[in-house]
Design a protein around this ligand. Structure first.
Ligand SMILES: *[C@@H]1O[C@H](CO)[C@@H](O)[C@H](O)[C@H]1NC(C)=O
Ligand SMILES: *[C@@H]1O[C@H](CO)[C@@H](O)[C@H](O)[C@H]1NC(C)=O
Ligand SMILES: *[C@@H]1O[C@H](CO)[C@@H](O)[C@H](O)[C@H]1NC(C)=O
Ligand SMILES: *[C@@H]1O[C@H](CO)[C@@H](O)[C@H](O)[C@H]1NC(C)=O
Ligand SMILES: *[C@@H]1O[C@H](CO)[C@@H](O)[C@H](O)[C@H]1NC(C)=O
Ligand SMILES: *[C@@H]1O[C@H](CO)[C@@H](O)[C@H](O)[C@H]1NC(C)=O
Length: 477
């Protein structure tokens, strides 16, 4: 009898499913994240920074979003989650949903199946730099590094602009105001949505530090003074523990978990730096705006904070090349490609605006979200009469082994992101080597998988995935 009771308890513990239910309203809030300028930002339920979403693998998340902005549409994307079977909850407006108008609500509902570090953000009209973005953290009861981890830290890095996105986009696109097509220059770098941030460390403890790049445009380098990092996760994929490093590089949208072990001594505090990569900006090498933000590892509150952040000698070396990382599960290189897609990416003038294009098509938001067109028209999905002339859709067969070649004809390096899947990075050229000659040289036996990867300026990238998530697709550059 007792045994039965225990058994029942054990069973109910195992089978009980927990749920995360959130009621969020997007609202305007006044904030001053970089300490230099107060401006309206988009917060959640009157709060800025917006809160992190936390869930455990297997949990169901139900989030009802109400648009209380009054004067702008919105919509919300859960970056990196595959939304397998729940593609209407993916969130990009024009692709899986209509823009959410003022006063309207939408409910996103999905079960989290992937552990790791993600983020959420508005996916409507380039809106997230105005504040609507935050961490999405999935706890893993089976984390293979659990026995090494005593605690967790979360660090977001981002560029920050004093002007609002609608004010930035107009002049950026304008051929007369911006003949060089130069990207708007940020006013500063922020850490955890603040000019600075501090982590209180306990001596000798090891922290899984989740670093999330929520930038609009800039890549970031992060360095902790006299504290080594070993990479254990990128974009939700556990890696074989990397070599210790003191510098990491993240493009916008990328995430990384690193192990950092606190020192035994509490006799001083240490600084760390989040530095934007200025080589991505047209002002380089003369960028004078502060592109660096400094944070602190605090061991002893009675001791001063260091006056200067750590320095590093180069923006292009000294960090671990993510191409060399090995996935923890040792999933081998996908072979037997059944479908190859080539994406020629370039910047130029389209519709008399500064724009980017893929295969000579620039993105024009469809009136009907693409997912709905695909579901209602099936094999007609690529018909320009249905999608519009500029949709540039590729239709995949279920379980195709897809190889995507990205030739970057732009001088700048750019992150490539795909929804619904992560992908194996099988080839990445240095700058200047595009286009790909259709010959794989020495692909890794166990390629790293990510959902965002950087393609170098005038370089190419080859990645592979299996089309095993019907209803989900989309590449962003
Ligand atoms: C909407 O209202 C906010 C808050 O007053 C303002 O800061 C923002 O510029 C407005 N957006 C547009 C597109 O006018
Ligand atoms: C930024 O950090 C400072 C110092 O820790 C704190 O006083 C301030 O409230 C923070 N600002 C925001 C917007 O969180
Ligand atoms: C974040 O991503 C942007 C865009 O790729 C990049 O310019 C910036 O350096 C990244 N920041 C970090 C800290 O990785
Ligand atoms: C940011 O940090 C880098 C690396 O130490 C340094 O070279 C650069 O001068 C700093 N930039 C600014 C504007 O302080
Ligand atoms: C795009 O179209 C223009 C004009 O039709 C042509 O000159 C150019 O070569 C095309 N680019 C690509 C990558 O196909
Ligand atoms: C989606 O779910 C199906 C069925 O369980 C599975 O075969 C497939 O691998 C999943 N795809 C992704 C991207 O998770």
């Amino acid at each position: 009898m007792l045994l039965n009771v225990y058994l029942l308890l054990a069973l109910s513990y195992v089978t009980c499913t927990y749920a995360v239910t959130l009621n969020w309203a997007a609202t305007w809030v006044s904030a001053n994240p970089d300490g230099k300028f107060v401006r309206p930002v988009i917060g959640i339920n009157g709060q800025f920074p917006p809160p992190a979403i936390q869930a455990t693998v297997g949990e169901k998340v139900t989030l009802t979003l109400t648009n209380q902005l009054g004067n702008e549409t919105t919509g919300m994307h859960f970056h990196g989650l595959f939304q397998n079977g729940t593609s209407p909850s993916d969130g990009p407006t024009g692709t899986t949903q209509c823009p959410l108008g003022p006063g309207e609500s939408v409910t996103y509902s999905f079960t989290v199946q992937q552990p790791g570090t993600y983020w959420y953000h508005s996916h409507n009209r380039g809106q997230y730099p105005d504040g609507f973005r935050g961490p999405l953290l999935i706890t893993d009861p089976d984390n293979p590094y659990a026995n090494q981890i005593d605690g967790e830290l979360v660090l977001t890095v981002s560029d920050w602009y004093h002007k609002q996105v609608p004010e930035l986009i107009g002049p950026f696109l304008s051929v007369t105001e911006n003949p060089d097509g130069a990207e708007p220059f940020p006013d500063g770098a922020i850490l955890n949505d603040n000019a600075t941030t501090s982590f209180k460390l306990t001596p000798g403890k090891t922290y899984m530090t989740r670093i999330i790049n929520m930038s609009t445009f800039s890549s970031f380098l992060v360095k902790f003074d006299q504290h080594q990092m070993t990479i254990i996760e990128v974009d939700g994929v556990y890696t074989v523990e990397s070599q210790p490093t003191d510098l990491v590089y993240l493009t916008a949208g990328q995430r990384m978990s690193v192990l950092i072990t606190a020192k035994q001594s509490t006799n001083r505090n240490y600084a760390f730096i989040g530095a934007m990569d200025p080589t991505m900006f047209d002002c380089y090498p003369d960028c004078t705006t502060p592109l660096n933000a400094t944070g602190y590892l605090v061991y002893n509150t009675y001791k001063p904070l260091p006056a200067e952040p750590p320095t590093f000698p180069s923006y292009s070396s000294g960090f671990i090349d993510d191409f060399t990382l090995v996935p923890y599960d040792h999933k081998p290189l996908l072979t037997g490609v059944t479908h190859q897609i080539t994406l020629n990416v370039e910047s130029g003038v389209y519709f008399n605006q500064n724009r980017f294009a893929i295969n000579n098509n620039t993105f024009i938001e469809p009136l009907v979200p693409s997912l709905y067109s695909a579901l209602s028209t099936g094999s007609e999905a690529t018909n320009p009469l249905i999608y519009g002339q500029y949709a540039n859709a590729f239709v995949l067969n279920h379980m195709d082994v897809v190889e995507v070649v990205v030739n970057n004809y732009d001088e700048g390096g750019h992150p490539i992101h795909m929804h619904g899947h992560n992908f194996q990075i099988v080839q990445r050229s240095p700058s200047g080597a595009a286009p790909y000659n259709n010959h794989l040289s020495n692909p890794p036996a166990f390629p790293i998988r990510r959902d965002v990867v950087k393609v170098n300026g005038l370089g190419y990238l080859v990645y592979r995935f299996v089309a095993d998530n019907p209803g989900e697709a989309g590449v962003a550059v």
